[in-house]
Design a protein around this ligand. Structure first.
Ligand code: HEM
Length: 471
């Protein structure tokens, strides 16, 4: 053991990269940090101490340089992209992979099918679904505003994003806004987030999934079966329906009819879409409301933009919202300080090794860009901890040298976020409609909201209490 540790620290090909000695000696250090829920913050501190490449495990490097996005996640001069680190794959059934974990060939096939549901043109066909739920959100918030009691805005963003994504996946409502409560599916997702993070971290050491499955109480096994059964039922009902717009399932179902996909493939991917598309958008909206409330100057500027651009709420739609400028800067700045996918999504070098940023890395080296650290790196952004949307607009001013291309909250390259366009439109519409209708004020107990959270793959969001007043 000691011999291995000494070799790794002093003689391993990665020994020239700085970082904690314990991290170089054993992956147990990495495991402990992952399980603490504070790893993205720790990685950020390490980068401040050691620079833009840090060794965070015997065979893993973390990067913050803006150019590394292209080299780690992009096409490699005609060569295939660097493979996803298999240690991150938590698909329940590897025979029916989700797009996010699929191998290169299956990924390419699924991505081709699914990308049909995310073009600008298709998005315009989906607009009535978005506006229906956003208007329902406003109507329900109006009732809350009348009561003058503080609300947890995180819940409301979860309701609306889950209703929208659920509808675009299955062409039927989840009724979160209608019932003002989490659908059981949602509660299950929130419970599963920490569990999946633990599996992801521990499975590098032992086949933890088999152990957990063997030890899992019957109640939980049943609940899981219920969940898969629910998705399967929804997929089957969707097969019988014919929306007059293209949704997430349209092309997947056609592929199933032709025998290219199976029902379990549809279930796995529909499930993934709902998880990937709802919680992430709710997170950035929550973070944005927090930063707006704590930065009154930015809030008033954005409110003015929204309220002067639109004379009536119904004027807020996809084509009009795309013309606003400040709202984009506000959201970019929120992504920078509160990225929904705050950790890294590591890739590995091919067996023969690869050159990254001019440095030769041996085969199977894990490498990633931890978003929290990249977006707060002083090498990428001047005054990195300040919330300053103007940095995205005033490209000749004091922030002219910011490395804007470092901000990639949807990741980069052929496996970047397929739902990026939808998310961009959805969050703008929601934010604009809310600010058009309400004044928002943060409750003092939430002044330190982001700092009090843990990150288990995604932020474990605590309630964000605000008082909303109809204007
Ligand atoms: C603010 C909102 C969102 C953020 C920050 C976000 C972020 C990301 C990131 C970082 C990845 C890459 C993950 C990896 O490399 O393992 C990703 C992939 C993905 N996202 Fe999003 N996402 C958002 C919204 C959405 C929406 C609305 C959908 C649509 C339903 C969606 C569906 C997906 C899918 C299917 C993938 C896998 C793509 C592939 O592997 O080709 N996301 N997202």
């Amino acid at each position: 053991m000691t011999g291995v540790a000494i070799y790794r620290i002093y003689f391993h090909p990665l020994s020239k990269y700085p970082g904690p000695k314990l991290a170089a000696a054993t992956r147990l250090w990495w495991l402990r940090q992952q399980l603490s829920g504070r790893f993205p913050f720790v990685v950020h501190e390490l980068h401040l101490q050691y620079g833009d490449i840090v060794r965070i495990a015997p065979t893993e490097l973390s990067f913050t340089g803006a150019d590394a996005w292209k080299e780690i996640y992009g096409f490699r001069n005609g060569l295939p992209e660097n493979r996803k680190d298999p240690g991150e794959n938590t698909d329940a059934d590897k025979a029916h992979p989700t797009i996010i974990n699929a191998d290169r060939k299956t990924h390419g096939d699924l991505r081709k099918l699914l990308s049909n549901a995310f073009s600008d043109k298709v998005l315009r066909g989906q607009e009535p679904v978005l506006l229906h739920y956003i208007d329902l959100l406003i109507q329900r918030l109006q009732e809350v505003a009348d009561k003058r009691e503080p609300v947890d805005i995180v819940r409301w963003f979860n309701y609306v994003t889950f209703d929208i994504i659920g509808h675009l996946a299955f062409y039927e409502p989840f009724d979160c806004l209608q019932n003002t409560e989490y659908h059981p599916w949602m509660s299950m997702i929130f419970n599963a987030i920490v569990y999946v993070h633990y599996i992801r971290s521990l499975q590098r050491f032992i086949d933890i999934r088999s152990i957990i499955l063997a030890l899992m109480p019957a109640r939980i096994v049943k609940r899981r079966a219920w969940h898969i059964g629910l998705v399967e039922e929804k997929v089957k009902r969707r097969q019988q329906r014919h929306p007059d717009y293209i949704d997430f399932m349209s092309h997947l179902l056609q592929a199933e009819e032709k025998g290219h996909l199976t029902l379990p493939d549809l279930v796995a991917n529909a499930n993934l879409m709902v998880i990937a598309g709802s919680e992430t958008t709710a997170t950035i909206l929550s973070g944005t409301v927090y930063y707006l409330c704590t930065h009154p100057r930015v809030m008033s500027k954005l409110v003015e933009e929204v309220r002067t651009a639109f004379q009536a709420s119904h004027e807020i739609n996809i084509s009009r919202i795309s013309q606003l400028k400040y709202i984009n800067a506000v959201l970019d700045e929120s992504f920078r300080l509160y990225p929904p996918a705050a950790g890294s999504h590591p890739r590995i070098t091919p067996p023969e090794g690869a050159r990254i940023l001019g440095q030769w890395l041996p085969g199977n080296t894990s490498m990633g860009m931890a978003q929290y650290a990249v977006f707060r790196s002083p090498a990428n952004f001047k005054d990195p901890d300040r919330y300053l949307p103007e940095r995205w607009l005033d490209t000749d001013g004091p922030y002219a040298n910011d490395r804007r291309e470092a901000l990639q909250p949807f990741s980069f390259g052929p496996r970047n976020c397929i739902g990026r366009n939808l998310a961009n439109i959805e969050m703008r519409l929601i934010l604009a409609k809310i600010l058009w209708h309400f004044d928002i004020e943060l409750m003092p107990e939430c002044r330190h909201w982001p700092q009090e959270q843990y990150i288990y793959t995604s932020w474990e969001k605590i309630p964000l209490k605000v008082r909303i007043t109809s204007r």
